[in-house]
Design a protein around this ligand. Structure first.
Ligand code: PEP
Ligand code: MG
Length: 331
């Protein structure tokens, strides 16, 4: 397997009929960037910044954040990085931002951007650090820095986030600190946002689908609780329809869309997502070589026919069985 991984590392990610794909890496820290490079990622599609905060006793200041983001950008394949703002809460906690676990429903509670909004000074320092790291790129040269807001639920929140982006830009300009161009996007992981995707698309440069949370929220089933995790199925008909709607809405609006949940690295889901029109996938680096191998065996036409069939299915087991058969037929 090692030989196979080494062999396709430098191959472009492309389907059998020549459609180019973007296979990106999810990373949690600087060390993971090396794995991304080694596995042939086209860039970093999701940098979970919360790990930087989890390892600190207190809030890291703007300069500290800037230094880390800069290092990640410089080491990222093709200098392409999507930096997600703090996504604390649910299962991860940082005491110094006033966050603790005394909530009846932590996953539906005060987490992620909801918490960042209540710490505007900290939040703005993170936005400024991201913009400053983007200044490392040369204009017209390679590379891209994207800023990603987690857990966006509605239009008001996205407007608020955009307002803070403008504010951070202004304060850097007033201080005379260089900043680079940054695209601003949202994680699509709350069902309410999936329903109103057409309104949200007016407010973002790109969308990244967080299927881990989306599936959990859509099915109202905690995937870490064995009593109910059977309901929390990425290949359930409700999830399939939701993903199809979101991907189609993004493509129709010409808004770049990536999926960065665990699904992106699963062969059965990959076939389905490809057929829905998804062309950008972000996953744990270890899955990239396998998905690249699978892409070269697959045609878009086939994947689209698979989606047509799957959207008529009524149960998860039917979907899973059918996708397994389709995969066996091509590999
Ligand atoms: C997701 O929810 O799918 C996601 C990628 O984010 P995280 O796993 O960090 O919640
Ligand atoms: Mg998430």
């Amino acid at each position: 397997l090692k030989d196979q991984l080494a062999a396709n590392r430098h191959h472009p990610a492309v389907t059998r009929d020549g459609t180019p794909l973007k296979l990106l890496a999810n990373i949690n820290n600087v060390k993971d960037v090396e794995a991304a490079e080694a596995m042939g990622a086209a860039g970093v599609g999701l940098y979970r910044t919360e790990y930087l905060y989890l390892t600190h006793e207190n809030v890291p200041d703007e300069d500290e954040q800037y230094e880390v983001y800069k290092e990640i950008l410089q080491k990222s394949p093709h200098k392409y990085v999507t930096i997600r703002t703090l996504d604390i809460g649910g299962d991860k906690t940082v005491a110094y931002l006033g966050h603790n676990h005394n909530e009846a429903n932590p996953f539906m509670g005060w987490r992620s951007i909801r918490l960042s909004f209540e710490h505007p000074e900290f939040f703005l320092s993170q936005l400024r650090a991201i913009m400053r790291c983007a200044a490392e790129l040369t204009e017209g040269g390679p590379g891209e820095v994207n800023m990603l807001f987690p857990m966006i639920t509605n239009v008001e929140e996205m407007r608020k986030a955009n307002h803070l982006v403008r504010k951070a830009e202004k304060s850097l300009d007033e201080r005379g600190v260089p900043r680079g161009k940054v695209k601003v996007g949202m994680m699509l992981e709350v069902p309410a946002a999936a329903v109103c995707i057409h309104h949200l698309l007016e407010l973002v440069d790109f969308v990244s689908i967080g299927s881990n949370d989306l599936v959990q929220y859509l099915t109202a089933a905690d995937r870490d609780n064995p009593k109910v995790s059977g309901l929390c199925q990425p290949l359930s008909p409700a999830v399939v329809i939701t993903l199809k709607n979101v991907i189609e809405a993004c493509n129709l609006a010409n808004t770049p869309v990536t999926l960065c949940g665990e699904m992106a690295g699963q062969p059965r889901a990959f076939l389905l997502l490809l057929g829905m029109g998804l062309r950008s996938f972000s996953m744990s680096p270890a899955f990239i070589p396998t998905i690249k191998e699978l892409a070269i065996l697959t045609t878009i036409d086939h994947a689209e026919r698979v989606v047509q069939k799957v959207t008529e299915m009524k149960t998860t087991n039917q979907v899973k069985r059918f996708l397994r058969m389709e995969l066996e037929a091509i590999s």
